[in-house]
Design a binder for this molecule. Structure first.
Ligand code: GDP
Ligand code: ZN
Length: 304
């Protein structure tokens, strides 16, 4: 039985890499699982582990897909009820956050974190461009780092340009399958290049758009790090919509609120204005960040 990882998916054909030989094949799907119950426009995604058969020498037929540990999805652009799996079996999602040039908003960061909590993907918050910060901005950034460390998130301050803490970042991504996100200009490609200068990766900012700035269709692809592990590049995707988060569910994706909720008087407390709410009390006492709580309320409002 041959096993492989999907390293590229176009929806009709795939590239797969044999798990034991590292041999790469162009592959197609055979069999029933084309019509799986999940309504996806793409039945297989980059990162999927599959079984395959070889016909003649180079044509591979995918015969089985293994259950996914996790995955990231996006609603399809045209077919609103269908979803599109961007990547599967992710070990780590890194967000490249910048306090300036450009300023990353906490709202963006929180939506990223909610998505990762919902899909059970471990995260690393990478604060890039620390070489640019004034003393005031450093303080501001430290405060933000404090908030997220306190919740339990792993954080790392780097400068891709000045190669600060890149060795530490390498330790974090080594032997894992990682995805990187960030606003355009935050230094996603610089960071990837600082980890491995010769990685032949066409970055989102380049390949996602053609010369006229019009969006072109590109596909996710997995690349191997020379030091072990791999990166899944998802061109053109910087942020995910919240797919199917219900108002009652939102608290599950704020770990600090989730932890406190059992102390609320009412089991169906949404921590907005209910009496004897332990979350509101924790915010008043300062053990839950006011900024995070306000963002929780704002998203609740948006989900109405
Ligand atoms: P991407 O759009 O997220 O891929 O961002 P790029 O990697 O293309 O970086 C955007 C700009 O920020 C480029 O001009 C980089 O040279 C610059 N940049 C990236 N990292 C750093 C850093 O750590 N410090 C400074 N000063 N500039 C950086
Ligand atoms: Zn409550």
């Amino acid at each position: 039985m041959k096993q492989a990882l999907v390293t590229k998916s176009t929806g009709s054909w795939y590239l797969i890499k044999d798990i034991s030989t590292n041999e790469v094949y162009e592959a197609r799907i055979r069999g029933k699982f084309k019509k799986e119950k999940i309504r996806n426009t793409n039945p297989l995604a980059v990162g999927d582990k599959v079984e395959y058969e070889l016909e003649e020498t180079s044509v591979a037929w995918i015969t089985k897909i293994y259950p996914r540990k996790n995955y990231l999805i996006r609603k399809s652009v045209n077919l609103s009820k269908e979803t599109h799996i961007l990547a599967a079996n992710i070990d780590l999602a890194c967000i490249i956050f910048t306090t300036r040039n450009p300023q990353t908003s906490l709202g963006f960061l929180n939506r990223f974190l909610i998505t990762c909590e919902a899909y059970e993907i471990p995260v690393l918050l990478v604060f890039n461009k620390i070489d640019l910060l004034t003393e005031n901005e450093k303080e501001e950034q430290n405060e933000i780092i404090g908030i997220y460390k306190n919740i339990g998130y792993d954080t790392l301050e780097i400068s891709a340009e000045k190669m600060i803490n890149i060795d530490k970042l390498k330790e974090r991504v080594k032997n894992k399958t990682t995805v990187f996100f960030g606003h355009s200009g935050s230094g996603k490609s610089s960071t990837i290049n600082s980890l491995q200068p010769d990685l032949s990766l066409k970055t989102a900012s380049v390949s996602g758009y053609n010369e006229k700035g019009k969006h072109t269709t590109t596909f996710a692809q997995m690349y191997d790090w020379s030091f072990g592990g791999s990166i899944i590049d998802i061109p053109g995707v910087k942020e995910f919509e919240l797919v199917d988060v219900k108002r009652e569910e939102l608290q599950d994706y704020f770990p600090e609120i989730f932890k406190e909720r059992e102390n609320c008087r009412f089991s169906n407390c949404l921590h907005i204005n209910e009496p004897h709410c332990a979350v509101v009390k924790a915010v008043e006492e300062g053990s839950i960040s006011k900024k995070r709580y306000q963002n929780y309320l704002k998203i609740m409002e948006d989900l109405k």
